[in-house]
Design a protein around this ligand. Structure first.
Ligand code: NAP
Length: 281
């Protein structure tokens, strides 16, 4: 199937948006950074949409850090819900992919499939659920719930692997939960899956995650094994000790639905590391 000609990608300055723009092949990508256009300036966004006339929108921009949303719920709703609704309205007759999160679930069950009921625990997750409901009213539109993403971010300071390395570089000991679980996926695989969804015009709700589940502690140990020269220091701790915004215990996603549609394996972290023995991350 032909890939749409002209694709808007929001959040190009961010971790996932940047990878999506970098891996574009057949499309004319128009990438939007916040410096260029603030998505909460609805008048400016509408005017730019009329000018560019994109055939498709991939919307990654968001207030994406849970503590920021918890600290500023009004702004997070404006960016994550209102700006998304505005874009989806402009895109009513074209394809639209919205990035949601595994954190829409309360973490009591794990291995979540698309038909499981969300139960958000944090402001960030609430905004994502609210936006999902708006997006899915349009049968042409797509929600991709993404798990924790690893890899190299444009500023080198966004992914969990980068955060861990920065802490060890600074001589800190990292405390990692032995009882919180996610299904991380490499940012390049996220980007590849998104372009296949665009090309094949898949709409509806999809879970995009790696095929393996890890505790935070296991994730730390895998990163540490790749960077012994940093003499990583890790301390195991329990989610029960955590004082910040509520976090789901097991937000692992079942990615079988999307796995059956894409042309490559949605590899988990361990598998990715084995396939890329010399790659930094
Ligand atoms: N990374 C993960 O592990 C993960 C997991 C699950 C879901 N997600 C979702 O995936 C998407 C991408 O995440 P990410 O990790 O790439 O986040 P990110 O690195 O924080 O990037 C978000 C981007 O959105 C831009 N932005 C924020 N507010 C804006 C506004 N008002 N107008 C225009 N642009 C604005 C930011 O601009 P600035 O650069 O100027 O700040 C940034 O470039 C998000 O929707 C996130 O919720 C991410």
């Amino acid at each position: 199937m032909a890939t749409p000609i002209s694709v808007w990608v929001t959040g190009e300055g961010g971790f996932v948006g940047n990878a999506i723009v970098r891996s574009a092949r057949d499309s004319n990508v128009i990438s939007l950074t916040r410096r260029e256009i603030d998505l909460t300036d609805f008048h400016a966004v509408s005017a730019r949409f009329r000018q560019d006339k994109p055939d498709f929108i991939i919307h990654t921009a968001a207030m994406a850090r849970s503590p920021d949303c918890q600290a500023n719920p009004t702004l997070s709703r404006k960016i994550n819900v209102a700006a998304t609704a505005h874009l989806a309205g402009l895109a009513q007759n074209i394809g639209f992919i919205f990035f949601s999160t595994d954190l829409v679930f309360d973490g009591k069950k794990g291995n979540y499939v698309e038909t499981d009921e969300p139960n958000p625990l944090s402001v960030y997750a609430e905004t994502k659920v609210a936006a999902e409901q708006i997006i899915l009213r349009n049968p042409q539109h797509t929600v991709v719930r993404c798990s924790l993403v690893f890899g190299a971010s444009p500023k080198g300071n966004h992914s969990f692997n980068e955060d861990l390395r920065a802490a060890w570089n600074a001589g800190k000991t990292t405390k990692l939960f032995h009882d919180e679980y996610r299904t991380p996926i490499h940012v390049d695989l996220v980007a590849r899956a998104i372009w296949e969804i665009v090309a094949q015009k898949h709409s509806g709700l999809f879970h995009l995650a790696g095929a393996e589940k890890f505790s935070r502690l296991q994730l730390g140990e895998l990163v540490a094994a790749r960077y012994p020269e940093l003499t990583p220091r890790i301390e195991s701790c329990s989610l029960r000790e955590y004082q910040g915004p509520p976090r789901p215990r097991d937000a692992s996603l079942n990615c079988a639905k999307l796995q059956s549609l894409v042309s490559f394996k949605l590899a988990g972290l361990n598998e990715w590391l084995e396939q890329h023995p010399d790659a930094g991350f």
